[in-house]
Ligand binder design. Structure first.
Ligand SMILES: Nc1ncnc2c1ncn2[C@@H]1O[C@H](COP(=O)(O)OP(=O)(O)OP(=O)(O)O)[C@@H](O)[C@H]1O
Ligand SMILES: [Mg+2]
Length: 270
């Protein structure tokens, strides 16, 4: 496992070869003189599912926004397929194969499902039919209910529309900000399964999650972000079982595991 003192690209558990997306030493923020990211590194190799976890306010959403050109990168670089894309505009990035599903307000509520997906392919309208078929293959419900307004859907269904919309441009890498937030446990689980399913089609994914336990279970590698810096990087399951990570970041996970352990033990005999 690598810690803040190592660069993640030096991590022994990172795949070999060239990363698809690499962020190096990113410094970014919103207000003059206040940096939220303080030298973040991130590598995504082709086909990987990357999880990013960390406390509230750690800068997870800011990191995704910096990758997607929505927050100015003050220093450091972002490359995609080896090419510098630092501070490129979001629409340029979409065109180059980066998809982004923000944490909130990620559908057009007054538009139907089909119209939301059309918005997703507005840069390449001729591909709409082909891409619509491809995303409906992944999310059959959306095809059945294509004429329904997104505003009338449940939280889980809206999340599905938001992901499908981002997939309309056939991205090579998809950035997901807390896809399971606000959903019931069953719907959360469906979201994680769906995320893995999208990943299996060959789309690399960076997923920020509050549900750290579930996220680390399904991701290939995970990053723990703290105060705008990398705190730990390792395979998802290694992070899940690392006592330091449990102590510092997965308190609820530790409590869950304790509860599971005691439940599986035979009751004390009198
Ligand atoms: N638009 C903004 N303008 C000024 N400060 C902001 C803005 N958005 C976020 N911040 C600040 O940046 C810091 C990091 O926020 P960010 O949303 O990246 O955290 P996060 O790790 O995603 O947290 P959460 O788990 O709560 O979603 C916070 O202190 C927040 O107040
Ligand atoms: Mg956030």
């Amino acid at each position: 496992m690598s810690t803040a003192t190592d660069r993640p690209q030096a991590a022994s558990d990172a795949p070999r070869g060239e990363p698809l997306l690499r962020a190096s030493d990113l410094v970014a923020g919103y207000l003059p003189g206040v940096n939220i990211l303080n030298g973040c590194d991130l590598d995504v190799y082709p086909g990987e599912l990357i999880g990013i976890i960390g406390p509230n306010g750690a800068g997870k959403s800011t990191l995704l926004k910096a990758l997607f050109g929505l927050v100015t990168v003050r220093s450091g670089t972002v490359t995609l397929g080896g090419e510098d894309i630092t501070n490129k505009r979001a629409d340029t990035l979409v065109h180059r194969g980066v998809g982004f599903v923000p944490q909130n307000n990620n559908v057009f509520p007054s538009l139907t499902i089909e119209e939301n997906l059309q918005m997703g392919s507005f840069q390449a309208p001729r591909t709409f039919g082909e891409r619509f078929d491809a995303v409906v293959d992944l999310f059959p419900t959306l095809g059945d209910r294509r004429k329904q307004r997104a505003g009338s859907l449940s939280g889980g269904e809206r999340q599905m529309v938001a992901m499908a919309r981002a997939l309309m441009m056939n991205p090579s890498v998809l950035l997901l900000d807390e896809p399971s937030a606000g959903l019931s446990p069953v719907r959360q689980d469906e979201t994680f399964i769906r995320t893995r399913k999208i990943n299996k089609t060959g789309v690399s994914i960076i997923m920020v999650e509050q549900n750290a336990r579930r996220c680390l279970q399904i991701c290939d590698r995970g990053y723990v972000l703290d105060q705008g810096k990398n705190a730990y990087t390792a395979k998802g399951r290694e992070l899940m079982n690392d006592p330091k990570v449990i102590e510092l970041y997965l308190g609820t996970l530790a409590a869950d595991q304790e509860a599971e352990k005691s439940a599986s033990q035979p009751p004390p005999t009198a």
